[in-house]
Write a protein that binds this ligand. Structure first.
Ligand code: NAD
Length: 684
């Protein structure tokens, strides 16, 4: 079946892209468009054309699978060249989304008209590439270099009304897009209006420098962002054909890079996550009101996440002061959005109009979902679940935000454990993308399906986990931190480890993170596990020594680093070096140089090993879920793809060899995983 449909509206040829579900630009689409343009040129009865998408959208992007292989002819630049060289005008009619190659195609036409609400954008940088079909040359000719840097380097999307203001589209219509597009095409008969014939508006060098600096900072200096800026600047100084040829070459080079492959892996992992989930075909329950129990750090953040997604929220805390503080946090958050120009007053008023708070359990009577975020203490959780049972509707779903407690044990306090599950948010809950949706022994499929779709509506990445200590993310993180502690003992210092990992791309090194969240949390956990810990296993005492010295991190002014009063930055503390040296000596370890390469390698191998355990134990459903968790909850650099991507790049033989060496370095207590689980798909 052809992906391009053609019909004639008198002298106007209507070319419809018909490649459901998103009309992605594929080889067949490109070939069909090219044929249509040739037909337009050769048919003397036809004087103009309209290109439009069928169904809900224009071309919402390229077929990303194609990017992993050599691209088949005809390439998009050839199609655009044909439109530009055609003697008859071509109008692009946009609705739904015009993204990536779809937007570039539109820029190759003589005019653009959009339906209200259409979104437009060039998201290529988010896939490690740059627009490769003229986006970096034609957009600056329309909107200037500064705006192009902002739009292309962020990969952001704009709405049709903004595109109209910027002069990207010439008309925005409320209905009858095709009719209006045909009228526009008719009015242009005999006229060509190619963007390539314009020149990019001149701009001061300082303005370009400022826009570039901002874009590079936001884009973490990634190569595709740097190259996009260079290409956009070329539009000021090079003839368009020369600049287009360079753009294409750079696009092709980036497309085949490991970094772009890693970003595609993330893209497909996320798509798989949202697609593959059938909870025995259970339909999610409708949720209107959410009750959040506990108005602390997490409770107030969760309340904001729910308010942002349009839910009515009731925040409950038994402690009046804690409740008032939690409510204040929520209100201050929206006030700052208002003052920062990020939200309109009406939006804030509407949002806060959906926000109730109380210290009385009767207030949760009409909630459809109750999320508890009270102290991490099983007795408190039991007491809270009893109150919920007594006061919530019978069919309300109940979720715990516990980090480490056994949710089956929490659910045991409920009369109906089938409605209990875990919703593990990350701090700050209104910002962090990751949520672990935890399935317990008795959790019903409806509860899981509802939890998943709720998390999705919050705009989060919901990872399904079994009810197991630390779930997925914290389990990998604990293994990672342990490995870093081994390296402290062997010869590295915290700042060396943090720097090596930050240079690799982690948002923060593990010791800076530990100082930020407070060393006492993990200390409490270690103390609670002390009685059951195997004395034969390697145990690093450095964190305990820091805690005993009341170095609990930022909050006490010292932890792995020193935080001098008034100082903005952390600084290295010689006392910590002495404590670490002493710990090595006490174990009879000869300190040695641990290189940044060794640090990164050991951390990645440790993560891969833990992912393999999680899969073997059926805690995680998909290897790629673990990559998503690390990127969205733990500051793992997205452009490195995640542990399982790295494992697949290494191949099983090399990985197993690396893990055997890691096991020797790590010593007793390190359990080598069977990596077959990571490679099963490649063998199937
Ligand atoms: P927090 O101490 O800031 O807040 C807990 C709140 O619960 C307090 O306001 C307290 O008054 C209230 N509370 C205690 N007992 C209650 C009861 N019986 N009824 C009603 N309210 C009660 O704690 P937090 O950091 O927000 O953590 C809450 C939960 O979220 C814990 O289970 C924690 O493990 C989990 N969690 C925390 C983080 C984090 O980074 N802080 C991240 C993920 C999950």
């Amino acid at each position: 079946m052809s992906k391009i449909k053609i019909h004639h509206a008198a002298e106007v040829m209507v070319i419809t892209v018909d490649n459901p579900p998103i009309n992605a630009g594929s080889t067949e689409v490109r070939q069909g468009l090219l044929d249509a343009i040739h037909l337009l040129e050769s048919n003397i009865d036809l004087k103009a054309a309209v290109i439009i998408g069928s169904g809900n959208t224009f071309i919402a992007g390229s077929d990303i699978k194609e990017f992993s292989q050599p691209l088949a002819d005809p390439h998009l630049p050839l199609v655009i060249e044909a439109i530009e060289n055609c003697s008859k005008p071509v109008v692009c009619a946009l609705h739904g989304a015009a993204l990536g190659g779809g937007f570039e195609l539109a820029l190759g036409c003589d005019a653009r008209i959009a339906l209200e609400g259409t979104i437009l954008g060039l998201p290529e940088v988010t896939l490690g590439i740059i627009p490769g079909a003229g986006g970096t040359q034609r957009l600056p000719r329309l909107v200037g270099v500064e705006k192009s840097i902002e739009l292309i380097c962020s990969g952001s999307r704009i709405k049709a009304d903004v595109a109209l203001e910027l002069g990207i589209v010439s008309e925005v219509v409320k209905t009858e897009l095709l009719t209006h597009a045909i009228t526009l095409a008719r009015s242009m008969i005999g006229v060509k209006n190619r963007i390539r014939d314009r020149s990019t508006p001149a701009v001061l060098a300082e303005m370009v420098a400022a826009a570039s600096k901002k874009a590079l900072k936001a884009g973490k200096n990634r190569p595709q962002v740097q190259r996009a800026i260079e290409m956009i600047c070329n539009s000021l100084k090079l003839p368009i054909d020369e600049a287009l040829a360079i753009e294409r070459e750079v696009f092709q080079g980036l497309r085949t890079s490991v970094e772009a492959k890693a970003l595609r892996h993330q893209f497909f992992s996320e798509r798989k996550l949202f697609k593959a989930l059938g909870f025995n075909d259970a339909k999610p329950q409708t949720l209107n009101q959410i009750a959040v129990i506990g108005a602390g750090t997490m409770g107030s953040g969760i309340a904001m996440a729910c308010l942002n997604a349009g839910y009515a929220v009731i925040l409950l805390d038994q402690n009046e002061v804690a409740l008032a503080n939690g409510v204040k946090r929520v209100e201050q958050f929206y006030e700052s959005r208002l003052h920062g120009g990020k939200m309109h007053q009406e939006t804030v008023l509407e949002l806060l109009g959906r926000f109730l708070h109380s210290s009385n359990w009767n207030a949760i009577a009409s909630a459809d979902l109750v999320i508890e975020a009270v102290f991490e203490d099983i007795a408190v959780k039991h007491q809270v679940f009893k109150e919920i049972d007594d006061h919530a509707k019978e069919d309300a779903l109940l979720a715990s935000n516990t980090s480490y407690l056994d949710i089956d044990a929490i659910a045991a306090a409920s009369k109906n454990p089938s409605r209990v599950f875990g919703l593990h948010f990350f701090s700050p809950a209104q910002v962090m993308k990751l949520i672990e949706v935890v399935r317990c022994k008795a959790t019903s499929s409806i509860a899981m399906a509802t939890g998943f779709s709720f998390a999705k509506r919050l705009g989060k990445m919901p990872i399904i986990s079994a009810n197991s200590f630390g779930f997925i993310g914290n389990r990998i993180y604990a293994a990672y931190r342990r490995q870093c502690e081994y390296m402290l003992e062997e010869g590295a210092y915290p700042e060396q480890i943090d720097k090596a990992l930050e240079d690799y791309g982690f948002a923060m090194g593990p010791f800076a993170v530990a100082d930020l969240s407070g060393l006492d949390i993990a200390w409490g956990m270690r103390k609670s596990q002390a009685a059951t810990r195997n004395p034969e296993h390697r145990y690093v005492s450095i964190p305990d020594a820091l805690c005993l010295a009341n170095r609990l991190g930022r909050k006490t002014g010292a932890g792995y680093y020193l935080y001098a009063e008034g100082a903005k930055e952390k600084s290295t503390d010689p006392i910590v070096h002495e404590m670490i040296d002493a710990a090595s000596k006490a174990k009879g370890l000869q300190r040695r140089t641990v290189t940044p390469e060794e640090i990164v390698k050991r951390v990645l191998l440790t993560m891969i090993n833990e992912v393999a355990h999680l899969l073997s134990e059926n805690v995680a459903r998909e290897a790629s879920d673990c990559d998503i968790a690390l990127v969205n909850g733990y500051g793992f650099p997205r452009w490195q793809g995640g542990p399982t991507f790295i494992a697949s790049e290494m191949g099983q033989a090399l990985l197993d060899q690396g893990l055997r060496e890691l096991a020797i370095l790590s010593g007793p207590g390190f359990v080598l995983a069977n990596t077959d689980v990571l490679f099963k798909n490649s063998r199937d």
